[in-house]
Write a protein that binds this ligand. Structure first.
Ligand code: C2E
Ligand code: CA
Ligand code: CA
Ligand code: CA
Length: 274
């Protein structure tokens, strides 16, 4: 039995060791990816549902790892958040998006924006808003061309700081989108506490829509709520025409999803700009 116990312990040790070294490797790889600029942004178009016109793009990070191939954000963003690397990634992504706007400046439509996903931890840095506005000013682009997508977690964790930062950004003209709406645990209170521009209905609600318009009371109510609060509503994860038509009938302002386009490299995204 003693022997067994030690054997098990050794197994456990080896397992932990492997996990530790995998984590160490990922940590090193992310740092290398940042310095070597391996991360790329892909752009998914967002369209107004009423009269199909481009409203903007959501920037989504992509990682072509030199040995492991493409790594999805879900496989390294949560890790980066836990290991103190996310603010460097956020800064990198914001810089890339701003650089893209500079490149597109000549034919970028006045009303369009690029929205960037920003981690909740961004607000734990006191000068996040100021730094972002500096980045925008130095690049010489319009603040209204940039939007940030935040989740409720970002707001929960630093209420006072988040309020100050959002105020500063919105005052300058940067749009603020509340991402994944409906998946948190106390969404409604935040709508009272913070002034926002756009509410994004989480993909899970779109995926579970019923074909009859009257069988979708929750989405219907969310859209009505957004209207009352003077927010634009964007549905994410629209995968078919049926969902698109339903959302339009329910009064949803805008949408994005595979039905329109997958996220694509900047070079392919320009086709929507002319
Ligand atoms: P998210 O912000 O909710 O982004 C939407 C996700 O849904 C993206 O996954 C997008 O590719 C995917 N998607 C878009 N349309 C459809 C559709 O019609 N059907 C389905 N099934 N999926 C669709 P992606 O790119 O893998 O990103 C996953 C998550 O990783 C994002 O969720 C976001 O939370 C995070 N993320 C992505 N890029 C960044 C980034 O640059 N910075 C930070 N901090 N987080 C990011
Ligand atoms: Ca998002
Ligand atoms: Ca989302
Ligand atoms: Ca999400």
């Amino acid at each position: 039995a003693k022997q067994d116990g030690r054997g098990l312990f050794r197994l456990y040790q080896e397992h932990m060791g492997r996990q530790d070294s995998e984590e160490f490797q990922l940590d090193q790889d992310i740092k290398a990816a940042l310095t070597q600029q391996q991360f790329q942004l892909h752009y998914q178009p967002i369209f107004a549902l009423g009269s199909p016109r481009l409203l903007g793009f959501e920037a989504l990070i992509r990682w072509p790892h030199p040995q492991k191939g493409w790594i999805a954000p879900d496989q390294f963003i949560p890790f980066a958040e836990q290991h103190g690397l996310i603010s460097r990634i956020d800064r990198y992504v914001l810089q890339q998006a701003v650089a893209q706007l500079v490149a597109w400046q000549a034919h970028w439509p006045e009303h369009c924006y690029i929205s960037v996903n920003v981690s909740g931890l961004a607000f734990s840095e006191a000068n996040f808003a100021t730094q972002l506005l500096e980045l925008i000013a130095d690049a010489g682009i319009k603040p209204a061309w940039l939007a940030i997508e935040i989740t409720e977690r970002a707001l929960i964790e630093n209420i006072a700081q988040a309020r100050t930062a959002l105020k500063e950004l919105r005052l300058a003209g940067v749009k603020v989108l509340l991402d994944d709406f409906g998946t948190g645990y106390s969404s409604l209170s935040y709508l009272n506490e913070f002034k926002l521009d756009v509410l994004k209905i989480d993909r899970s609600f779109i995926a579970s829509m019923k074909p009859k318009i009257q069988d979708n009371p929750v989405i219907n109510t969310v859209i009505a709520l957004a209207k009352t609060l003077d927010l634009l509503v964007v549905a994410e994860g629209i995968e078919n025409q049926c969902q698109c038509e339903l959302l339009k009938s329910l009064g949803c302002d805008a949408g994005q999803g595979y039905w329109f386009s997958r996220p694509v490299p900047a070079a392919d995204a320009v086709c929507w700009l002319s």
